[in-house]
Design a protein around this ligand. Structure first.
Ligand code: DLL
Length: 439
């Protein structure tokens, strides 16, 4: 039987909504927003009670800007209605459940109808395609499978695009390396810090990460900087693109980045309406280009419609580029609840990452440890020197880092330069901050 071997010319059409103009998208958004408000008000007692108490009604929304009169939804609202209280459909219509890890408090549970899963896969596929992943490629998926949305979300996206998926999940790094060598995937999907872990482990085993078959990495689920992108691209000789999402809103694939321009992630605005609100005064909705907290309203979700969900992710909205109808988001600079307030100065781990990676003697493996020995908070940055760099040179770079942090962030801190391979490695989302102030 003759089979086509030309996998480079498989059809790869865009969804019609991807190429819509801004006006078309906004018109769809208005129709869908009215439907969603009505739907949530009718089917979820939480929304009805909240809106009745606030004296607002879905019929008050006449134009997109009216969305701001509706109250926010918080993670706490989902927790209070644990596990299924905010679902808008009877349980038998829920095709799948996921949950966020819940490091603090109860897990938040999210649900999807078959239609929701279909829309999710479609948007995930849009993200992968935009980042340069092609139908017919082999895709190594190292996001964790299970209740976390990363594994199954990225899996469905890759299948929908028409790739051959290798459902590796997170962890078992040695086995990941064997699979990468033996199966020769074209793309890898995982968190940026886990990609770093894989690259490191390869180098330790005497393998050159630049010599794998990988061409593209689609990384997300945690904040990462342009400097980290550069690090990963150099390490593997690949293109590394961003993918954004969160369970309460859907999962990976709410927004994805172009592999050609690498200019931030396009949000699929035919399914979500984003807003940016002032991080300190959420009553203020900010304009495009202004930094603040990202808020999402779902426009098509059936099982768990979510209205004005506060993500606590800090970024800004930018005009669409390769998909002009859909706005982009800048890189997430951090989460408002991950912000360290150190003697009155606000600081995010991503700022430290950016500065560390400016110093060639220091590696991207670092932790931030906060203590309160007396009455003053203290920050210690623990960072590994790069393999092959002398302790002396690394200590010098540590001194430079203290100065850079003082100049760019405004805080004094202590630096501890460690030997390579001393800090715990990421297996997925990496914990960077160790706050011992109350201990
Ligand atoms: O992390 C979904 C996901 C999986 C996205 C795989 C991308 C890839 P949650 O566990 O609910 O869902 O965590 C959501 O992770 O509010 C952000 O703070 C952070 N986050 C997700 N993607 C990015 C990104 C998944 N590209 C939370 N850049 C979000 C920065 C991100 N932070």
């Amino acid at each position: 039987m003759s089979q086509t071997t030309d996998r480079d010319n498989l059809p790869n059409p865009l969804d019609p909504e991807e190429t819509m103009s801004r006006d078309q998208i906004e018109s769809i958004q208005l129709t869908r927003l009215k439907e969603t408000l009505d739907y949530a008000y009718t089917n979820v007692p939480y929304y009805k009670d909240k809106y009745d108490t606030a004296g607002v009604h879905p019929s008050d929304l006449k134009e997109l800007a009216d969305l701001k009169i509706f109250p926010f939804t918080e993670k706490e609202d989902l927790r209070k209605s644990y596990p299924f209280g905010m679902f808008a459909v009877p349980q038998h219509q829920v095709a799948r459940i996921h949950a966020s890890s819940g490091t603090t408090g109860r897990a938040t549970v999210v649900g999807y109808t078959q239609q929701d899963l279909d829309d999710w896969a479609k948007m995930g596929a849009r993200c992968l395609r935009l980042s340069g992943v092609k139908p017919g490629w082999k895709v190594h998926n190292a996001y964790g499978y299970g209740l976390f949305t990363g594994g199954m979300g990225a899996h469905a996206a890759a299948e929908r695009l028409g790739t051959t998926v290798i459902p590796m999940s997170g962890g078992q790094t040695d086995k990941q390396i064997t699979m990468i060598q033996d199966f020769e995937p074209d793309a890898i999907l995982c968190t940026p810090t886990y990609l770093l872990t894989i690259g490191d482990a390869m180098q330790r085993a005497g393998l050159d990460p630049r010599k794998t078959s990988l061409k593209v990495a689609v990384c997300g689920a945690e904040p990462w900087t342009e400097e980290m992108r550069h690090e990963l691209e150099e390490m593997f000789g690949i293109d590394a693109c961003d993918i954004y999402g969160l369970s309460e809103v859907m999962g990976p694939g709410v927004a994805g980045e172009s592999g050609e321009l690498k200019d931030g992630s396009h949000i699929w605005e035919d399914h979500f309406r984003p807003e940016i609100v002032d991080a300190y005064d959420s009553t203020k909705v900010l304009g495009d280009g202004e930094h603040g907290e990202l808020v999402f309203t779902s426009l098509t979700k059936q099982a768990l419609p979510i209205i004005r969900y506060r993500t606590h992710d800090l970024t800004r909205l930018l005009p669409g580029s390769v998909r002009p109808g859909h706005r982009r988001m800048g890189r997430i600079t951090g989460r408002s609840d991950d912000m360290i307030i150190l003697r009155g100065v606000n600081l995010f781990p991503s700022q430290i990452e950016e500065l560390i990676l400016k110093l060639p003697a220091l590696s991207p493996h670092f932790q931030l440890v906060l203590t309160r020995p007396g009455r003053m908070d203290q920050l210690a940055v623990k960072v590994e020197r790069r393999a092959g760099i002398s302790t002396e040179d690394a200590t010098k770079a540590g001194g430079e880092l203290v100065k850079l942090i003082k100049i760019h962030v405004g805080s004094s801190c202590a630096i501890e330069v460690l030997d390579p391979e001393t800090l715990e490695r990421s297996m997925g989302k990496l914990k960077r901050i160790f706050d011992m102030r109350d201990k």
